[in-house]
Design a protein around this ligand. Structure first.
Ligand SMILES: Cc1cc2nc3c(=O)[nH]c(=O)nc-3n(C[C@H](O)[C@H](O)[C@H](O)COP(=O)(O)OP(=O)(O)OC[C@H]3O[C@@H](n4cnc5c(N)ncnc54)[C@H](O)[C@@H]3O)c2cc1C
Length: 318
């Protein structure tokens, strides 16, 4: 029986592990990977105290710090959390783990196109992170499917490495920041493919081509490419907890000031919550709060003294 199981493998999960571990709790972190979204960026320049740090490097370092305080880590996907009389049963890859409390810190994941072939060719030509993978397509032909500034950024980045970049659009133009659109229009290796919808991603061991549907003419055609960058933004995949905790209309977990959810014993932190701003430092802050609130919850449950915040001792000075 763990005191707390933390679901996630990013900044929030390992920060929560650090703070709960330092309070002497028995902690298990279950995450699909180490790093989360921080892996999608080369350098984070706004994490306090670290002028420039790699995303993976940052999360790995928080993980080491947490493990010094005894937290365990299991690489697996959590598919179910069940509330019981004594706490919670967390299912990951068919095995069950018991805990008194849970901290949900499973962040956001890139949005899929949802077309045949996409899943099978993920990491084999289909990428969700131009920042990470664009250099792999040096001298090759790629396509970018996406919306908004993030996809315009991806087009510009790919144009630095690839011989040819197809910018796929469902309309007759690229939409987003005018400066980015203008910068793309100056690139001779970028070709706009207007009124296009991807129907299928095709390849045996590696991506070979896209099957496209022309929304203007209704015709179909193939586009041979080596790489496809899907830049559709990020979503919260909270289906597995939708019957357990309250979600908002974007599937984000609704939390109170102390990061508690509507289910006693379950807390949430980081990009997965309904707080408006999403940054690594904010995820870390929310996770520290969730961890201390979790400790307090267990202390109350077990009849011990909880934490006293320093500021409650300070008298108001006029
Ligand atoms: C391209 C890009 C650049 C960015 N640049 C910056 C920046 O410069 N500065 C900054 O402060 N922020 C930046 N951010 C935002 C920052 O990366 C995020 O706010 C932060 O990483 C969120 O951390 P998190 O731990 O809350 O969630 P995430 O990083 O999303 O981590 C969630 C973790 O949970 C895991 N997970 C998901 N579902 C499950 C499940 N069912 N079971 C087990 N594990 C699961 C995931 O695999 C992942 O490990 C950037 C984000 C992106 C995408």
């Amino acid at each position: 029986m763990y005191d707390v199981i933390i679901v996630g493998g990013g900044v929030a999960a390992f920060t929560a592990a650090l703070f709960t571990g330092r309070r002497g709790l028995k902690v298990l972190v279950i995450g699909k990977d180490i790093g989360g979204q921080a892996n999608y960026t080369d350098t984070i320049e706004n994490f306090p105290g670290l002028p420039a740090v790699g995303g993976y490097e940052l999360v790995s370092s928080i993980r080491s710090q947490a493990e010094k305080w005894g937290s365990e880590y299991l690489e697996a996907e959590v598919t179910r959390i069940k509330s019981t009389e004594t706490g919670f049963v967390v299912t990951a890859y068919g095995s069950q783990y018991k805990s008194k409390t849970v901290i949900l810190a499973f962040g956001k994941t890139p949005r899929d196109l949802g077309v045949p072939g996409e899943d099978e060719l993920k990491g084999r030509g289909v990428s969700f992170c131009a920042t990470c993978d664009a250099p792999l397509y040096k001298g090759k032909t790629v396509a970018v499917a996406g919306v908004g500034d993030v996809s315009l950024d991806a087009i510009l980045l790919c144009s630095k490495y690839s011989k040819k970049v197809y910018a796929l659009s469902k309309t007759d133009r690229l939409q987003g920041h005018p400066g980015l659109v203008k910068a793309i229009s100056r690139k001779t290796n970028v070709e706009l493919v207007p009124f296009i919808q991807i129907q299928e991603v095709v390849g045996t061991t590696q991506l070979e081509k896209l099957k496209l549907h022309d929304l203007a003419t209704g015709q179909q055609r193939d586009l041979p490419i080596h790489g496809l960058f899907v830049e559709l933004g990020y979503v919260v995949n909270a289906d597995f907890v939708k019957d357990l905790v309250q979600l908002d209309d974007q599937s984000q977990i609704v939390v109170g000031a102390d990061q508690s959810t509507n289910m006693p014993g379950i807390f949430a932190a980081g990009d997965v919550t309904n707080r408006h701003y999403k940054q690594a430092a904010i995820s870390a802050g929310e996770a520290a709060t969730a961890a201390l609130a979790c400790y307090d919850y267990l202390a109350r449950l077990e009849g011990r003294f909880g934490l006293t915040s320093d500021w409650t001792q300070i008298k108001r000075v006029k």
